[in-house]
Unconditional design. Structure first.
Length: 471
């Protein structure tokens, strides 16, 4: 394998008023292990891919490790900064989603928000009690039956009004304002259309620029919080846009008979096995092999891994849609890709004689269809589990129940006490270190992005013509 491998990592920040490069700087400290110099070593270079005057490209030269495996191959880091595009937010944007989440059964409430949900309703009940039997019950409102009705309405209404004021004005603005970002990005109303379109356009332009530059053999996407939604959308849309070039790579031309990608049969079998409790690591190994098989036949797709941290996608059924039924319907229509993908057709004509997962017969050659990016993109999800539904990250959780058993969910149990700070733990994924390496977010992150890739990733021919960088 060549030592001239060059890979790119794209970091997408989360919700809130983020400053350019803040997330990228924190990420590099967490993602790059210390070198012989005692700390992560990288250069800052101009960003040639985007037209942002605030952005930089960080270059970490290949770091060998004596006679053993490398620490990491040559890696360039980019940040997709989108906070400046989130314009016109209003606190009112939060209420339709908040109201819908409050007015539902406990089992439907996101796990890490159940204590908050229960506390809200306990306070509402206290308000009703105060008007009926408590200190406010002495207020004379005439007839007793009328008094009880008024007590329920006024007590509950006043309490809800006070609580919403507290949410809006007293809780830290990074909690309320940031959650507005999530709701606004996923809002399909005309008022939010342009904001969402510009954010998606920007990340797609960055990823296309990296693909078209000819400099890289691999791309890894790492996204925090709301950034995971943006990354998910970008991967889904870009895969569909590049579907024609993927089909052409496998089509026979002249004397070339064309061929199905190596590893497809094994991947579809591993995906089928997941339904029977199969090993997610076996599925991820098959994803890697299929990605390599695509490149052997000239497929231009470079994204190998997607890493989400503290992702609110764990209650996407209440954000993308209004309930689980609507979410499942969109999955069945292939509008929301899963890992492993949903079958393209509902008939049993798969090469493994199970449901057809994600390939179709293109003139005798099997090709991945437009809704199957996670046939080759490995998805790792990292989050701080909440204790008692309160201590920890309220907004991150397991994604496999909604988005598929092929996702590797990593619940970080170390990083105490930082990861147990109520709500604020959500902002600490790139800031916490910890003493038990295997239990920390840094260990999980470094394992997921797998930057020591020279042993399996070959340099492409274009790299020989790419501009040399000092190292």
């Amino acid at each position: 394998m060549s030592e001239k491998v060059r890979q790119a990592v794209v970091v997408i920040h989360g919700m809130g008023e983020q400053r350019p490069l803040d997330t990228l700087n924190g990420f590099i400290d967490a993602a790059l292990p210390p070198t012989s110099r005692g700390k992560p070593f990288f250069y800052s270079r101009p960003d040639r891919i985007t037209d942002s005057y605030e952005s930089r490209r960080y270059l970490a030269p290949r770091e060998p490790l004596g006679s053993g495996p490398e620490l990491y191959a040559q890696t360039e880091f980019f940040e997709y900064h989108w906070a400046h595009l989130m314009k016109g937010n209003r606190l009112d944007d939060l209420w339709p989603t908040l109201r819908r989440m409050l007015l539902q059964l406990p089992r439907a409430v996101p796990a890490n928000l159940r204590l908050v949900w229960a506390s809200f309703w306990l306070l509402v009940l206290w308000g009703v009690w105060a008007w009926l039997w408590g200190p406010l019950s002495e207020v004379d409102v005439g007839d007793l039956s009328v008094s009880k009705v008024v007590g329920v309405l006024v007590g509950g209404g006043v309490t809800i009004g006070v609580l919403t004021y507290v949410v809006a004005r007293v809780l830290p603005s990074w909690i309320t304002g940031s959650f507005v970002d999530v709701v606004r990005y996923l809002d399909t109303s005309p008022r939010s259309y342009e904001v969402r379109r510009e954010i998606r356009k920007g990340i797609l332009e960055l990823l296309r620029g990296l693909h078209d530059s000819g400099r890289y053999q691999r791309i890894v996407i790492v996204a925090h919080s709301l950034g995971s939604y943006i990354a998910y959308d970008a991967i889904s849309y870009l895969w569909g846009q590049m579907n024609r070039s993927r089909t052409e790579a496998g089509t026979s031309t002249g004397d070339d008979p064309g061929r199905s990608p190596r590893g497809l049969r094994e991947l579809e079998q591993a995906a089928s096995d997941l339904n029977g409790g199969g090993d997610v690591e076996a599925f991820r190994a098959a994803q890697r092999e299929l990605w390599l098989g695509l490149h052997e036949r000239g497929d231009p797709w470079l994204i190998t891994d997607f890493v989400s941290l503290g992702s609110p996608m764990y209650f996407a059924d209440q954000l993308y849609t209004k309930n689980r039924r609507q979410f499942d319907e969109r999955v069945e229509k292939r509008e929301l890709p899963t890992c492993p993908p949903r079958s393209e057709l509902a008939v049993g004509n798969n090469i493994n004689k199970t449901s057809l997962w994600y390939s179709w017969n293109n003139g005798g050659v099997r090709d991945l269809y437009h809704g199957a990016p996670f046939a080759v993109v490995r998805w790792t999800n990292i989050w701080f589990p909440s204790r008692f539904g309160f201590f920890g990250d309220w907004f991150g959780g397991s994604l496999a129940p909604l988005f598929g058993r092929g996702i590797k969910d990593v619940a970080v149990v170390g990083n105490r006490p930082g990861r147990l700070i109520p709500a604020y733990a959500h902002a600490l994924y790139f800031r916490l270190d910890g003493s038990k390496e295997a239990d920390t977010v840094r260990y999980g992150l470094r394992d997921a992005i797998d930057l020591a890739s020279t042993s399996w990733l070959t340099a492409t021919p274009k790299l020989a013509h790419a501009e040399a960088e000092p190292s």
